[in-house]
Write a protein of this length. Sequence first.
Length: 255
Amino acid sequence: MDLGYTVAGLAVGFIVGLTGVGGGSLMTPILLWFGVSPATAVGTDLMYAALTKAGGVVAHHKQNHIDWRITLRLAFGSVPAALLTLGLLSWLQVPPKVMDEVFRSVLGLALLLTAAAILCKPWLLKVGGRHVAKLGADGRSWPTILVGALLGVLVTLSSIGAGALGTLALFMLYPALSTSRLVGTEIAHAVPLTLVAGLGHASMGHLDWVLLLKLLSGSLPGIWLGSKLTGKLAEHWLRPALAVMLALVGGKLVF
């Protein structure tokens, strides 16, 4: 089982390095398959995401791939939303079995949304772009904060959404920014969000530190290997395959 966690980390890290998506979307369902409780799977994956993406922030900042103004707007909505969600979970004192079912259902919904975002990205960008253009440069602050708040709730309850959904939202709101800056901005925003949510889950006993180290031991080399092969493997079939897999897992969890 110990080797299994490391191999899982290696596989997920490789896919993330290759396609840029799939971290929480793959890791949390894999942990459920290994028999980890939904609450612990979500909490551990949140801290896993914060640590793995922290290194990416440094690299993207050095290359000027982060728009800190947009990052702050997203965080202004997501971090308070995450704290409120965690506070509500703690205040309600939800029984462990009920909490596991809530996490399982929200996780399934988040997987279905992520799969749809990956498959329908061109259409969503085309339709959403027309509406966003009407806002103008000065009218995007509050929509960005609102997107951050929605991501804060979804990520806290499922550990999923900051990657594929967050990047898609940024593409629609800021079409003039380069892809590298949008991706770097999303990663920079994901770190404080997942860190706050992960620490909150840790305070409620939803984090397995030993499991986290095992996952990291495989994922860090996997991300490096995947990033080296980016562009050498056909992404036009990798992303649809990933989307179909996420939809199947999400549908199973929801239905």
